[in-house]
Write a protein that binds this ligand. Structure first.
Ligand code: ATP
Ligand code: MG
Length: 396
């Protein structure tokens, strides 16, 4: 009896000729997630088998797999020879573990992928049902809503399992290219990054800070949040951009009601340059329509006007409560609500314009030599490679 993890994949099934590419990326993602656990990964007939995981590492391996995009579900299973005695024995062993001392209702669900096996799935259901009922007095059969599902798959071996753990779904990381996330310390942007990574994007991230108006702790918080997103997306190149000079120039030299939108345009411009450096083809923000003055339709149009890249806003139609639910699910919420200031909140105008006009913003912007400041901010940017286990300075 050998332990295996049976991995089913989701949407890749819909792919046509390029399906092998997606499968290969998914296997790479799984190998990467389990690299230090001595796993071997094998793909066969639309299933992935993970072998060689030690008993003590099994829960950890399953937990990591629940964060690998492209996986629909995971079943910790046992593999035995396709021989009735072995199948019945391991079914009893699994039932013993699942049942404990309690009474319960069960159902056998057999699938015969190898048609040379002498019993068809109906016969396996019936025979194994008998064996289990006779061996466990606390058991009864319930074919409609069984507590315990004893699943048997007959392939090149027989696989038995009782559990199906939901995966993260989405598309395997690295199948959709790269985009750059504008990450603040708030609730929304990490969720936006997660949702786009889920569609197969690799991530870069850009964060703007304003020493001395924002603190070292606010910066650390952003590095931590990036690490939490990296648990799903894989390593993230994080660019920490000093933004004080630009913010002060906006504050001192531009119309007060435009400061927020101008700041957002300049953030987008700098993020776009870092995106190009990293080979990213789009920007990602955590904006949601109508959430604040800078997220009205007019403001979003004016923001888009600052850059030539597509801007992905996966939260655009989300309510805050829905965003918070996801933030809790991916474990970024508690870090996001730590009370450190963001550079956006430092210089907030009292009466921000809610229907800005592109021409007005362009002409306000032209009054100041921002290009020079942008170049300086780029030169003074610090770049980190952030993974789920920490961060280090990127090579220049
Ligand atoms: P969040 O909860 O992500 O902070 P928010 O609702 O507070 O979002 P804003 O502060 O208006 O909204 O920012 C909108 C978006 O702009 C953010 O989701 C993020 O993508 C980007 N952004 C805001 N501040 C920064 C920053 N300091 N550095 C990088 N990106 C930022
Ligand atoms: Mg914010």
């Amino acid at each position: 009896m050998e332990n295996v993890l049976l991995v089913r994949y989701g949407e890749i099934h819909l792919k046509g000729l390029n399906r092998p590419f997606f499968e290969r990326k998914l296997v790479e993602g799984i190998k990467h997630a389990l690299s230090d656990l001595g796993a071997t990964v094998r793909m066969e007939q639309g299933r992935i088998f993970v072998l060689g995981i030690k008993d003590k590492d099994r829960d950890e391996a399953v937990d990591r797999l629940t964060r690998v995009f492209g996986i629909h579900s995971i079943s910790p299973a046992v593999a035995v020879e396709k021989e009735w005695g072995a199948i019945a024995d391991s079914a009893m062993e699994l039932m013993r573990r699942a049942l404990g001392e309690s009474r319960s209702a069960f159902k056998v669900m057999a699938r015969r992928a190898d048609k040379r096996f002498p019993m068809n799935s109906e016969e396996i259901n019936r025979e194994l049902g008998h064996v289990l009922l006779e061996s466990f007095p606390g058991l009864s059969v319930d074919v409609h809503s069984p507590k315990i599902k004893m699943c048997v798959e007959i392939r090149e071996k027989a696989y038995l399992y009782c559990e199906e753990i939901p995966g993260a779904n989405g598309m395997p990381t690295g199948t959709a290219g790269r985009a750059a996330l504008l990450i603040s310390g708030g609730i929304d942007s990490p969720v936006a990054g997660y949702l786009m990574a889920k569609r197969g994007l690799e991530l870069s991230a850009v964060h703007f800070y304003s020493y001395p108006y924002t603190s070292e702790r606010a910066r650390d918080k952003v590095v931590d949040l990036t690490g939490l997103v990296a648990r799903y997306s894989g390593p993230i190149r994080l660019h920490l951009v000093p933004f004080t000079e630009i913010q002060l120039a906006i504050y001192e030299q531009c119309p007060p009601k435009e400061t927020t939108v101008l700041m957002r345009r300049l953030m987008m411009k700098i993020a776009e340059r870092w995106a190009r450096e990293d080979g990213a083809l789009a920007l990602i923000t955590g904006e949601a329509l109508g959430q604040v003055a800078s997220q009205t339709l007019e403001s979003l149009c004016v923001t888009d006007d600052a850059v030539d890249m597509p801007v992905f806003r996966p939260l655009i139609g989300f309510d805050k409560d829905d965003i918070i639910d996801i933030a809790k699910k991916i474990n970024t919420f508690n870090t996001s609500i730590l009370p450190y200031e963001d550079c956006c909140t430092v210089f907030v105008p009292q009466h921000p314009v809610t229907k800005p006009k592109v021409e007005d913003l362009r002409s306000s912007e032209a009054m100041v030599d921002f290009e020079c400041m942008i170049q300086k901010a780029m030169a003074d940017t610090e770049t980190l490679i952030v993974t789920q286990s920490g961060s280090e300075k990127a090579e220049a």
